[in-house]
Write a protein that binds this ligand. Structure first.
Ligand code: FEO
Length: 171
């Protein structure tokens, strides 16, 4: 049985992951309007990943005899100045999520909740990848600067990203 404090904190993280999905869905809509279908695809894949993160925590809370309580999801921004500003926001957001995961691990240690600590290690590793993905794309966008040709090529590459459910990633 999971403790109340940990249960509440994990419910908060479910909300944060759903907000992440909402944020990336909004970014997909932005790229769709900018005729950057590849970037829009990248965001769709990211949205699906965030939903799996939320559901992973949802299932864990339920498995530990806890109660999932959903709360309102904040409205995400709808406008950005450029693809660079979108990915600056993605990178910043993922760094924030890493902080939230670290806080959860700290709480699990404090509460001597070893099962939750072990469960959260998947997210600790995942956040390394999440930050790396965002900073790689941001770095490439900074490299190409204002070249429409390079952006066009990069959009093609971003269109190649496919969603891989975590269960098939060898978790
Ligand atoms: Fe669920 Fe992008 O971290």
């Amino acid at each position: 049985m999971i403790g109340k404090k940990m249960e509440e904190a994990l419910n908060g993280q479910i909300n944060a992951e759903l907000y992440s999905a909402y944020l990336y869905l909004s970014m997909e809509a932005y790229f769709g309007c900018e005729n950057l279908a590849g970037f829009a695809n990248w965001m769709r894949v990211q949205t699906k990943e965030e939903l799996t993160h939320a559901m992973k925590i949802y299932d864990y809370v339920a498995d530990r005899g806890g109660r999932v309580i959903l709360s309102a999801i904040e409205k995400p921004p709808a406008k950005w100045d450029s693809p660079v500003s979108v990915f600056e926001a993605v990178y910043k957001h993922e760094q924030k999520v890493t902080g939230l995961i670290n806080d959860l691990v700290n709480l699990a240690v404090e509460e001597k909740d070893h099962a939750t600590n072990s469960f959260l290690q998947w997210f600790v590793t995942e956040q390394v990848e999440e930050e790396d993905n965002a900073s790689t794309v941001l770095g490439q966008l900074n490299l190409i600067k204002d070249s429409p040709q390079a952006l066009f090529m990069m959009d093609k590459e971003m269109g190649q990203r496919v969603f891989t459910p975590p269960a098939t990633e060898g978790e």
